[in-house]
Design a protein around this ligand. Structure first.
Ligand code: ADP
Length: 245
C-alpha cells in the first residue's frame, strides 16, 4: 500500500463565521497527480493555503507524510518539502533562466554569492537537466523578461523543482496561455509526475482532461466527489453545481 503524502481530516476554516472550508476530508498517496476543480468560491485557494501554512484550520488536522502541519510557519512547511507555484509567475526578470534556476537550487545561499561563485558540478548538471525538462535550453542565457508568459510559467515550475520538493502545488498553470503552450505545460507536468507528487488546481477542462487521472471536485468548502475525469463529469451533482447544466 502506498504511503499517504497528504491527509486532511475534518478541516474547517472560518473567516468571521463564514466557512471557506467546511469539514473537508482529503487524502492523496505519494506519487499521485491530483487535479482539483470546483466553481469560484469552492475553497480551492484556501485548501492550498492550509497545506502551505498560510492559513490555519479553525478545526481539524492537515498532515504531510504523517507530520501535523498545524502551528508550523510557511517557511517551515516549505522546508518539509512542499513547494507552491502561484498563478502569476514570480521569476527574476533581469536574470536569465539559468541564473533563476541556480538561485533556486540553493535558496539558503546569499543571492550574490550564488550568482558570482561557481555552483558545485552536481548542481550545474541539475540546472542543465532542468533547462532541458522545461524546454528552455536554447533560451537559457537570455533575460527572463524576454520569455513568453508560458515560458515564464515553465521557468517557475523549474525553479520549484530545483528546490527538490516532494509535493508540488500548482495553481492554475495554464491561465492566459496559448493552446500550444497549454499542451506543453500538460506534457511538462506529466513528465514531472513520474518523480513527484503533484496537486494542480485548474479551470481549463481541456487541460484537466489532458493531465488528470484522479480528480477531486470541491464545492462550498467540502469534497463533492472524486474519481476519474470520466466519472466526475458524468456525476449528476457535478453537472448541477459545476457545469451548470
Ligand atoms: P476558490 O479558490 O475555489 O475560488 P477560495 O478558497 O478563494 O475559493 O474562497 C472560498 C470562500 O472563502 C469564498 O467565498 C471567499 O470569498 C472566502 N474567503 C477566502 N478567503 C477569505 C478571507 N481571508 N476572508 C473572508 N472570506 C474569505
Amino acid at each position: 500500500m502506498s504511503a499517504k503524502i497528504l491527509d486532511i481530516e475534518n478541516v474547517t476554516v472560518s473567516f468571521d463565521g463564514f466557512k471557506a472550508l467546511n469539514n473537508l476530508n482529503f487524502s492523496m498517496d505519494e506519487g499521485e497527480l491530483r487535479v482539483i476543480i470546483g466553481p469560484n468560491g469552492a475553497g480551492k485557494t484556501t485548501f492550498l493555503d492550509v497545506i502551505t501554512g498560510k492559513v490555519q484550520p479553525t478545526e481539524g488536522k492537515a498532515r504531510f507524510k504523517g507530520k501535523d502541519l498545524s502551528k508550523r510557519s510557511e517557511h517551515e512547511i516549505s522546508r518539509l518539502g512542499i513547494g507552491r507555484k502561484f498563478q502569476t509567475p514570480r521569476v527574476y526578470l533581469n536574470l536569465t533562466p539559468r541564473e533563476n534556476l541556480e538561485l533556486s537550487c540553493n535558496r539558503s545561499k546569499n543571492v550574490f554569492a550564488t550568482l558570482f561563485q561557481k555552483l558545485p558540478s552536481a548542481e550545474r548538471r541539475t540546472v542543465g537537466g532542468l533547462l532541458e525538462t522545461i524546454g528552455l535550453a536554447t533560451k537559457a542565457d537570455i533575460p527572463a523578461a524576454l520569455l513568453s508568459h508560458g515560458e515564464k510559467q515553465w521557468l517557475e515550475i523549474g525553479m520549484l523543482v530545483a528546490q527538490s520538493p516532494d509535493l508540488l502545488l500548482v495553481d492554475e498553470p495554464v491561465a492566459g496561455l496559448t493552446d500550444e503552450e497549454t499542451a506543453k505545460t500538460g506534457e511538462l507536468l506529466l513528465s514531472l509526475a513520474q518523480s513527484h507528487s503533484i496537486v494542480v488546481i485548474e479551470h481549463d477542462m481541456e487541460f484537466v482532461r489532458q493531465i488528470a487521472r484522479q480528480v477531486t471536485v470541491l464545492h462550498e468548502g467540502s469534497v463533492l466527489c472524486e474519481g476519474t475525469m470520466g466519472e466526475v463529469q458524468n456525476d449528476p451533482r457535478v453537472i448541477e453545481v459545476y457545469l451548470g447544466a
